[in-house]
Design a protein around this ligand. Sequence first.
Ligand SMILES: C[S@@+](CC[C@H](N)C(=O)[O-])C[C@H]1O[C@@H](n2cnc3c(N)ncnc32)[C@H](O)[C@@H]1O
Length: 272
Amino acid sequence: MSSQSAPYAATLPRSSALDQVARVEPAMAGVKNAAVFEEARRMVDGSAHVPLLPAYLQQTYWWAYLHPNAVWVFERQWLVNLILWGNFAELRDAALAEMGETIDGTVLQVACVYGDFTERLAQRLTPNGRLDVVDVAPVQLENLKTKLNGAAQIVVYHQDSTDLRFVDASYDCVVVFFLLHEQPEATRIQTIAQALRVVKPGGKVVFVDYHRPDAINPFRYVMVPIFKSLEPFAMDLWNKEIADWLPTSVRLASIDKQTFFGGLYQKVVMIR
Ligand SMILES: C[S@@+](CC[C@H](N)C(=O)[O-])C[C@H]1O[C@@H](n2cnc3c(N)ncnc32)[C@H](O)[C@@H]1O
């Protein structure tokens, strides 16, 4: 497998890239969106920054996200729900509840998600709301575009979560759904730092991910061989709190954790 990803701009029809610029351009009134606009413009003129596929994605998760058949296999609501032991809807809705029944502001979703997470998020956008989604794998962005079916107010970006190309404090909410457990610790630290960098003061960063199950939860034993064979970095989320990976320079207004399914899953909400 190639160690470089194909430029997403090359796979994006020119008219689609222009649509993206057109959607972003009205926001130019706010200087904060200048970097977003620039990124869309560079997609059109071909000078967009193109991230490389991270090694962990190629070596550990190629079968889930990069293989040509991955989307065909995994893009099934019942399957993503099964992988989360029937908890997908509850966890999705717990994350979305943090944004409110209607979303007027700007939301950044860091990494695509199989299933209807993004569609449900998009349904909450008011005419003033905007959703940006980044992913490092072009095949995942293409899949998301087919799910969103050209929905207005949503722009997808080929970016790495460790190197977001948006200016500081540009989003009201940033959501990171089951990405952290897939990343090696050093990468995870950068993802968390970037999420906190791009959220506005008073804005929310919402993480949903694995967590150490309670002592009497049988999944404490069921999950160990699964993680050992398929998800080697996931046990980190059992051994540390997400707050342990915060940059030392960051001051948060609040941090709140809620667990689900006997502790196997967590939602952590940080307010800047
Ligand atoms: C959010 S995670 C897993 C979510 C969940 N397990 C699901 O059902 O899809 C999977 C996504 O993260 C993306 N991803 C992994 N590492 C990334 C990175 N460094 N930057 C951006 N996206 C990344 C993958 O390409 C994939 O689309």
